[in-house]
Design a binder for this molecule. Structure first.
Ligand code: ATP
Ligand code: MG
Length: 251
């Protein structure tokens, strides 16, 4: 289980998280939605220990992330796969090398096992046979899938996705959404998905939380969020800025 409780985080005078709490249930997919700049990526970075909170708690499996040593963080990241907002593949390496790198670092795999794990992971994201390609030879959607394959090569217990479908056409978006569902069904992964795409959020999520003004304004099932009566939530999901303005009382 991933749990953030009353997290505050500021960068200089800018208060980004102001009492943020979220509980990511095991075996489920939770989406965190919110406006650009709301602090969604900052939240994910707290979970993998790239950012420390000013106050509040961040826990993965009951262990406190901000209290971990560098070695403990390294160990923890083996069970938390991170699919970056921009695929973040190494351009000078083939797709197979990109996927194998983490496994080689982790150690304990034979060359044959690594090869098998790489091709299995590519198969799971429908990129069979892409081992020898370079990132520059892939489309945006294929690159996103390769980033996902790299994250699952570890067979992590958790997957954190930062905007897995941004910049993709609706069909490719649906393919990625199917993959997110497949990770849950076939690998039993617990996921936290950051997105601004409500159609995706409705498709993949068991729970949706909306981040607004530094905290979770509302959390519920896709149906509950779709039918929310809260003005800001409705304004966001229906794409109506006037409702957001009314909800906050400020333009
Ligand atoms: N390392 C940092 N130093 C200073 N400010 C930062 C840092 N990281 C993020 N911020 C600021 O925190 C705020 C939230 O950023 P974040 O990247 O979490 O937004 P987001 O919700 O992921 O937005 P988007 O949907 O555009 O990706 C922004 O104002 C950003 O400029
Ligand atoms: Mg972001």
């Amino acid at each position: 289980m991933i749990q953030l409780q009353d997290v505050h985080k500021a960068f200089g005078p800018k208060q980004v998280l102001r009492g943020f709490s979220l509980h990511v249930e095991e075996g489920k997919t939770t989406s965190l939605v919110g406006f650009s700049g709301a602090g969604k990526s900052v939240t994910l970075k707290h979970i993998v220990g790239l950012i420390s909170p000013d106050s509040g708690t961040v826990q993965v499996d009951e262990e406190s992330i901000p209290d971990m040593s560098r070695e403990q963080l390294y160990e923890m990241r083996r069970k938390v796969g991170y699919v970056f907002q921009f695929a973040a593949l190494f351009d000078s390496m083939t797709i197979a090398e990109n996927l194998a790198m983490g496994l080689i670092k982790k150690g304990g795999f034979t060359e044959a096992q690594i090869k098998e794990r790489v091709s299995d992971s590519l198969g799971l994201v429908n990129l069979d046979g892409f081992e020898r390609r370079y990132p520059a030879e892939l489309s945006g959607g294929q690159r996103k899938r390769a980033g996902l394959a790299r994250a699952i090569a570890f067979r992590p217990k958790y997957l954190l996705y930062d905007e897995p479908t941004s910049g993709l056409d609706p069909v490719t978006t649906a393919v990625i959404d199917e993959l997110i569902l497949k990770m849950k069904q076939e690998l039993g992964v617990t996921s936290l998905v950051i997105t601004h795409d409500m159609q995706s959020a409705y498709r993949v999520s068991d729970r949706i939380a909306m981040l607004f003004e530094g905290r979770v304004l509302e959390e519920g099932t896709p149906d509950e969020i779709r039918n929310s009566q809260t003005k800001v939530v409705r304004g966001f999901v229906e794409g109506k800025p006037e409702l957001v303005e009314e909800g906050t009382g400020k333009p």
